[in-house]
Ligand binder design. Structure first.
Ligand code: AQP
Length: 325
């Protein structure tokens, strides 16, 4: 199957990005044609520093490699280098009803979070994302739960395009994990963990052991003192139990038994240890690849060359169908 997914170079990757999406990317690269994109055009929709963006793009590539992507097995490139993304987004804009965009959860959340910067790009984000996916005619899109609505819109736009102009696209499916699809913030377990939030709410993949321990020990918990998985009554401890379970392969029921009679502090201490050990190889690889900037730039260059070929072919087809050639 052809796979496409993207990540914004907005900040360091956190365990939510990893457990919800990147872990799947790594597994899928073994037996599929995978195209992974640093979606820098999407990242422009929230406040950012142009001087820092190039470094952030390269840091994101390093993070993906440290997390297990192999540039020999998948295409890794930066979205802005392939102009067809913006071109297809514009064409899809002309068939996308405005109402579909106004009801998107991410748009509503980010308009609240960045009140002084509610730009058209923020509203149009899902159409650009639809363009990203359809440009490569991907069949599967491994994402976290928060992106499900956008993949659904991509399916709608593919269907509309085919009906209006003739068949070009298949409808892609979102690949969402049963567990880990929505890791919650450590400070507010009712909100998803998000890299543009306070650093205390996220465990970043390359956090130092002391930082991991400090953040986990300070993570919000719930009233009562039992280590029990109950999303409605105990969202804080349930989120921590889910992270523990995903990193160790133990079920949440097994963990409840293991920690019966223990207090939150003991459980958190154990989780911090699990995290520190799990992320140790990530930290090592990150240090190694951060020092190899020429190699990282070469990955982006080669990735863009491969992506360009596919993108051009699709755009030719799209333009022909739309009467533009
Ligand atoms: N908390 C999460 N749990 C599970 N999966 C998550 N993803 C994001 N947050 C969680 C998935 O990670 C992939 C890459 O995310 P992104 O860079 O496209 O941005 P995002 O979804 O907007 O994630 P963030 O961390 O909240 O970034 P900012 O703060 O920059 O907006 C996606 O597949 C996403 O579903």
């Amino acid at each position: 199957m052809k796979i496409f997914s993207g990540v914004q170079p907005t900040n360091q990757l956190h365990i939510g990005n990893y457990l919800g999406a990147i872990k799947q990317w790594v597994a899928l690269q073994e037996n599929n044609e995978c195209i992974y994109c640093i979606v820098d055009l999407h990242a422009l929709t929230i406040p950012y520093d142009p001087k820092q963006l190039p470094a952030k793009i390269r840091e994101t590539v390093v993070a993906l490699i440290a997390a297990g992507l192999d540039p020999e097995k998948c295409i890794i490139f930066a979205q802005s280098q392939i102009k067809e993304h913006a071109e297809l987004a514009w064409l899809l804009n002309t068939i996308c009803p405005l109402g579909e965009l106004e009801r998107m959860t991410q748009y509503k959340d980010k308009s609240k979070k960045f009140k002084d910067n509610i730009n058209v790009g923020l509203l149009d984000y899902p159409v650009l994302m639809a363009g990203d996916i359809l440009l490569y005619k991907a069949g599967g899109v491994p994402v976290g739960k928060d992106q499900e609505q956008h993949v659904e819109l991509t399916r709608t736009l593919a269907r509309k395009f085919n009906q209006k102009f003739g068949k070009v696209f298949d409808e892609p499916k979102s690949l969402i994990l049963q567990e880990g699809a929505k890791i919650m913030s450590l400070m507010d377990p009712k909100k998803k963990m998000s890299k543009s939030d306070d650093a205390k709410s996220c465990i970043f993949l390359f956090d130092a052991p002391e930082a991991i321990t400090k953040k986990i020990m300070a993570a919000a918990t719930d009233s009562g003192k039992d280590i029990k998985y109950n999303l409605t009554k105990k969202p804080g401890i349930s989120n921590l139990l889910m992270i523990y379970s995903l990193l160790t392969g133990k079920t949440t029921q097994e963990l409840e038994k293991e920690f019966a009679g223990k207090n939150y502090g003991e459980f958190k201490k154990s989780l911090a240890e699990v995290l520190v050990n799990y992320l140790e190889p990530f930290r090592k690889k990150q240090t190694e690849f951060a020092a190899r900037d020429v190699y990282v730039q070469e990955i982006l260059k080669q990735g863009a060359t491969k992506a360009q070929k596919i993108a051009e072919t699709t755009m030719r087809e799209v333009k022909q169908k739309m009467g533009l050639i």
